[in-house]
Unconditional design. Sequence first.
Length: 383
Amino acid sequence: MTRSITILGATGSVGASTLDLVRRNPDDWRVEALTAHSNVSDLAALAKEFGAKQAVIADEARYGELKDALAGSNVEAAAGRAALCEAAARPADIVMAAIVGCAGLAPVMAAIEQGRTVALANKEALVSAGEVMTAAVEKHGATLLPVDSEHNAIFQCLQGGRLDEVRTITLTASGGPLRLVEDLDAVTPEQAIAHPNWDMGAKISVDSATMFNKGLELIEAHHLFPVGLDKIRIVVHPQSVIHSMVEYRDGSTLAQLGPSDMRVPIASCLAYPARMDTPMDPLDLAAIGELSFFQPDETRFPATRLARQAAEAGGAAPATLNAANEVAVAAFLAGKIKFSRIALTVDEVLNAGNLPPAPQSLDDVLVIDEAARKLATAHMETA
Ligand code: NAD
Ligand code: MG
């Protein structure tokens, strides 16, 4: 049976992996809407290739350009932040949330409010909104399917037992490209982006290098799998073969293994609860040879400690941590601050005191996000 899909962030790395699977299975999928930030030519080309009903560019100034690029096709053009939310709310069997950053939050909430099945890659949205999002999922009968490879692994391992029988959840971390680099102050954006195992967007690549990616994933796991923060652990596993593990009360640990290719967890979401083909080679453990595991070094990489602190504090803290990190990563990528200032900026903003009260609504989350961005920018300017 043909199913419909909307992809928020269609021109990105996760968007491309999702469309690759759709392209390989043209009879199974119909594309409803595709969105992008500012890349009109890629968006228009994809919308035409896949026969999307609608293409939305977030940058309103490019509406004319998008209309021109789609002239003569049957694809409807739209632009702006409100149009992104309208695209997310359109009827679709599955909405792939693959925008990067808190910019994806309002569209994700719009899909949730329609009770949709949302494949969630956009971890910053869940980290920032936390209970505001999980409460909306509950209220509107929506479904969140985790795309992030670790959370998808945990989701699969949880088919083997009940949440109240879980003893621990272990998130694996590759440790990023800088695990063994001595002078973190001298790291360039190029070095930070060069991930050893995964090919990803720039922001998440820097997050992997700082370990904020694992920090955000800790908070993400805390909301997706409410077993208690004290039961969620992190282990560094440089080969990225085991994507995460669940240990049960009887001492059994279930793990999910696979190649470092996002098409595997994406396929698991697209086909859920069934399975679909992907073009992956069979797992060859003898060729891989060894799997190794290390304790994270939170002195050199404080991100996971800061994220645990924010998760324990709850309320406005996770959105504040996320926003400060987004602003600091952008400044690092623009060559404005050193690598080690990313974590320092987050630490300063998170611990500046006077955090706003816990958000009760999407608007509250966006206000907290904006305030933390301003504070982080001010901290970086005076540093
Ligand atoms: P990317 O930078 O490659 O793509 C981001 C997409 O979002 C693009 O289509 C871009 O046009 C759009 N976008 C960016 N800013 C926007 C804005 N302000 N408004 C509207 N649209 C905007 O990022 P990615 O690597 O594909 O990551 C997407 C999300 O998935 C992130 O939250 C990331 O943490 C998560 N994720 C990615 C991977 C991966 O392998 N790339 C793995 C796990 C989780
Ligand atoms: Mg991940």
